[in-house]
Design a protein around this ligand. Structure first.
Ligand SMILES: [Mg+2]
Length: 331
């Protein structure tokens, strides 16, 4: 079968042609020197740059049967934007390295670029893809580096929570985890291989959970807002609330006590579901919480367990770990 002339594969195209198709979809640059030269030049008026990177690999991190090109671009951007936000910073630029199989259609890469752009426009206006790299690989891999500005503020670390602080969260807890469970339970064939999602087989709530998994919507702008409001510690919840709260508690030398009644009707999903990229933050006693944050617990003096739920120790091991969990789900 030959490809339509207007939608060749990467292997049938030159690097310049592939790049041209992608760049045309990325929207306006916000950099001093944007895409097209050897490197981008990005303003950093604060004098400091917040930097993070996160890689999505076909297999452990996503499956093409479940994720469209748009989904992947959106997710690759949003998970990196969340790490910038979690420092109390505003995202300023993304750099994107793509390794694609030779048979990848250019239309797929266009949709991926659309997803990157849409996530930046929706979640972090003023941030855009300012550079990147293209190469060929048997395994589709999307590596994104995100940069951000503290705009004169101190970074909000994981280590600043103190006994007496309140623990609060902005964004969803558990929806993406429920979505992943739906994908694994209902959209795999007899050989346990992923098959495309049929929305007609899902209730509206289930569709929302799957969407939360494939296209998470972290509250990016609230990271800087929390920093301005005096958050003492912050991180994004990527691997499940209990696991990530235990990291914050350990870094701060405290214990956090979560209130089960504040975590919604699906407590197991809220406690252990990963990939929502909600913002978990501690605020000093008496601080008025910024709009968008809700109290889910309190910070107490260090005890034998980093995380308690209603005062009782909770096993912090539950949570998403790509190295452990893909095989467990697949096996
Ligand atoms: Mg993080």
């Amino acid at each position: 079968m030959t490809a339509p002339a207007e939608d060749p594969t990467v292997g049938e195209s030159s690097e310049g042609a592939v790049l041209g198709r992608i760049l045309a979809r990325l929207g306006a640059s916000h950099a001093l020197v944007g895409p097209g030269d050897d490197a981008a030049v990005i303003a950093a008026p604060d004098g400091r740059v917040v930097a993070t990177t996160d890689t999505l690999v076909h297999g452990p991190d996503f499956r093409l049967a479940w994720s469209s090109g748009f989904d992947l671009g959106w997710k690759a951007a949003s998970v990196n934007l969340a790490d910038i936000a979690a420092m109390g910073a505003r995202p300023t630029a993304l750099l994107v390295a793509l390794a694609t199989p030779n048979g990848t259609r250019l239309s797929f890469l266009e949709h991926l670029a659309d997803g990157l752009r849409a996530a930046c426009d929706a979640l972090a206006p003023g941030c855009a893809v300012e550079g990147g790299d293209l190469t060929v690989s048997d395994t589709l891999t999307i590596a994104v580096t995100a940069l951000g500005s503290l705009e004169g503020r101190a970074p909000v670390l994981r280590s600043g929570a103190r006994a007496g602080d309140v623990l609060a969260v902005a964004g969803e807890l558990g929806a993406a985890g429920r979505g992943l469970a739906i994908l694994f339970d209902r959209f795999r064939d007899a050989a346990a291989e992923p098959v495309p999602v049929d929305p007609d087989r899902l209730t509206p709530a289930e569709q929302a959970a799957v969407a939360a998994q494939l296209r998470p919507v972290p509250p990016i702008a609230l990271g800087a807002v929390a920093a301005q409001a005096g958050a003492t510690a912050m991180m994004d919840v990527s691997d499940g609330l209990v696991l990530d709260a235990s990291r914050l508690a350990s870094a701060s030398g405290v214990t956090v006590d979560l209130g089960a009644s504040s975590l919604g009707p699906d407590l197991p999903a809220a406690l252990t579901g990963g990939e929502d990229h909600a913002l978990l933050a501690a605020f000093g006693p008496g601080v008025e919480l910024p709009r968008g944050f809700r109290v889910i617990g309190r910070v107490v003096g260090r005890s034998s367990h980093p995380v308690l739920v209603d005062g009782a120790p909770h096993d912090g091991r539950a949570g998403w770990d790509p190295y452990r969990d893909w095989d467990a789900h697949s096996g």
